[in-house]
Design a protein around this ligand. Structure first.
Ligand code: DQA
Length: 150
């Protein structure tokens, strides 16, 4: 199983960016934890994590179609990018949108969820562990689909 994790603008600065909102864990530390979790969950698991500040780079990566499940944190693009939303709509693998903060309890402009309309599941507000929650969900779906039971 290949899992792609895509992070949008500003997320590569996790740990130093507004730690009172997003915490002090860096994206590198988080990636290490997620790799370990993936290993513990599935024997043939592969994980690719990309953080980009560029909308087009995220869209181009989505169209490569070489993964079985997607975790995406589009950052601020979640609230206005019809282009990214369209790319998600055209993608048929299981997809989960995650948000570290509870966007629904924040400013009014963050209530507009554009990309969330084109994913299967949205997880928000649990801190950086939203990525692990999404991974557990996607691995379970994959194992169920492929008939492998653990
Ligand atoms: C975020 C929430 C967005 O509103 C914000 O623009 C981000 C991070 C989150 O993970 O909580 O960059 O996606």
């Amino acid at each position: 199983m290949k899992l792609l994790i895509l992070n949008g603008p500003n997320l590569k600065y996790l740990g130093s960016r507004e730690p009172h909102i997003y915490g002090t864990k860096t994206m590198e530390e988080l990636e290490g934890e997620l790799r370990e979790l993936m290993r513990s969950q599935i024997s043939d698991g592969e994980l690719e994590l990309i953080s980009s500040d560029y909308e087009g780079a995220l869209i181009e990566r989505l169209y490569q179609r070489d993964f079985d499940g997607l975790i995406i944190n589009p950052g601020a693009l979640s609230h206005y990018s019809l282009a990214l939303s369209d790319a998600l709509s055209a993608l048929s693998v299981p997809k989960v949108e995650v948000h570290i903060s509870n966007v629904f309890a924040r400013e009014q402009e963050r209530q507009n969820m554009v990309t969330a309309k084109n994913v299967d599941v949205v997880i928000a507000g649990a801190g950086p562990r939203v990525y692990a929650m999404a991974m557990e969900y996607l691995v379970e779906i994959y194992l169920r689909k492929t008939g492998i039971h653990v």
